[in-house]
Design a protein around this ligand. Structure first.
Ligand code: ACO
Ligand code: OAA
Length: 371
């Protein structure tokens, strides 16, 4: 047997959801550039779950289904209120809340495709409410109900801030959601597929995937990017700071990727938004700092900025708490996880690779009193 550390380059499944070929990302054959410029997040959700774009009736229907399912059970709200949330990371709260939501879903263990699609709608709808309810409750505020005529992105901002969002804010969140929705067999998506390949339920699959996304080598990097930018503080400090990190062999968050070599095609959209929003809010230093870091790491290590890098300054410009950055990623990636789990159920086989044993051999048991 031979091993590939981190399963690099291993083709573990067939999928017709998204593809990365020659640094180009597509969802069901549509380029990410086309979707980022033209589509709504709801349209992308439909695309990933049905593997085709919706017509206008179907788009209206998915929007209304998502809106109608956003309300959370009172028990989830009460659960949040029963903790001292100041010490709780929102990704941990989200992981717990999804598991809890499963207890209120009478179809949680139903396995037929239509039941799984209904659960997908309920889960996708409720995650925006979970993230925003958590954010408000920890500030001592009451959660806000969604508006039936708002888009998914607008409702997220409305439920978070309690005021009508500006068009540019909605556009930024919508685009970020489109860009993060799916990404082939990334670590959290693989986790969700491994979980449901045992024929476990989608709540278990999503809970496992949230755990995988939380880590700093994956979705957790966006929060760390903003921590780094904040530590740097001023544009002139950027390169000395990065040089020191690299001399200490520390990784620069938001840089590098397992699959992309030349560049992450999502990053340019976030970079453009970062420029616009930081200028608009008089905080262009975050964008300028980010560009300096990106150029330096590219020149020194040949590593590209990934999707997490510029999303940090985008969300910061929208006034969003830094520890909510990864939950926003999760909110979008729910759609991809659900698509992959539906695909896995559709053509399932248990995922069970092998390990090459490298531990000691031929040992003899010695009774504990003689050791
Ligand atoms: C949505 C997402 O999940 S995108 C990724 C988000 N994660 C991050 O931004 C965290 C920072 N980046 C990283 O840790 C990595 O680039 C990963 C995890 C994304 C990819 O990792 P891998 O494919 O396993 O690459 P690996 O960690 O083996 O790195 C290969 C080489 O590049 C270097 N490298 C990779 N990323 C970075 C980085 N961000 N900063 C500095 N050096 C880096 C490694 O030190 C290593 O160098 P060496 O060969 O001299 O030892
Ligand atoms: O594909 C990966 O390894 C990580 C990533 O960019 C994502 O999940 O969006």
């Amino acid at each position: 047997m031979s091993t590939t550390k981190g399963l690099e380059g291993v083709i573990a499944t067939e999928s017709s959801i998204s593809s990365i070929i020659d640094d180009q990302l597509t969802y069901v054959g549509f380029t990410i550039d086309d979707l980022a410029e033209n589509s709504s997040f709801e349209e992308v959700v439909f695309l990933l779950w049905n593997k085709r774009l919706p017509n206008s009736e179907e788009l209206k229907e998915i929007k209304s289904q998502l809106n109608q399912n956003m309300e959370l059970p009172k028990e989830v709200i009460d659960h949040f209120k029963s903790y001292d949330l100041k010490t709780v990371h929102p990704m941990a709260a989200l992981r717990t809340a999804v598991s809890l939501l499963g207890l209120f879903d009478s179809e949680a263990d139903e396995m037929d495709p239509s039941a799984n699609l209904r659960k997908a709608v309920r889960l996708q709808a409720k995650i925006a409410s979970v993230v925003t309810a958590f954010a408000r409750i920890r500030e001592g505020k009451e959660p806000i109900s969604p508006k039936s005529d708002y888009s998914y992105a607008a409702n997220f901002l409305y439920m978070l801030n309690g005021k009508e969002p500006e068009a540019i804010e909605v556009e930024a969140i919508n685009k970020a959601l489109v860009l993060h929705a799916d990404h082939e067999l990334n670590a959290s998506t693989f986790t969700s597929r491994v979980c449901v390949a045992t024929l476990s339920d989608v709540y278990s699959g999503i809970t496992a995937a949230i755990g995988a996304l939380k880590g700093p080598l994956h979705g957790g990097a966006n929060e760390r990017v903003m921590k780094m930018l904040t530590e740097i503080g001023e544009v002139d400090n950027a390169i000395p700071y990065i040089k020191e990190k690299m001399a200490n062999k520390e990784k620069i968050m938001g840089m590098g990727h397992r699959v992309y070599r030349k560049g992450d095609p999502r990053a340019k959209h976030l970079k453009k938004m970062s420029k616009e929003l930081t200028e608009l809010t008089g905080q262009s230093k975050w964008y300028e700092m980010s560009v300096k870091i990106e150029d330096y790491i590219k020149a020194e290590k040949g590593l590209p900025a990934n999707v997490d890098f510029y999303s940090a300054s985008v969300y910061h410009s929208l006034g969003i708490d830094h520890d909510l950055f990864t939950p926003i990623f999760a909110m979008s990636r729910f759609s991809g996880w659900l698509a992959h789990m539906l695909e896995q159920y559709d053509n399932n086989r248990l995922i069970r690779p092998r390990a090459e044993y490298v531990g000691p051999k031929n040992q003899y048991y010695v009774p504990v009193e003689e050791r």
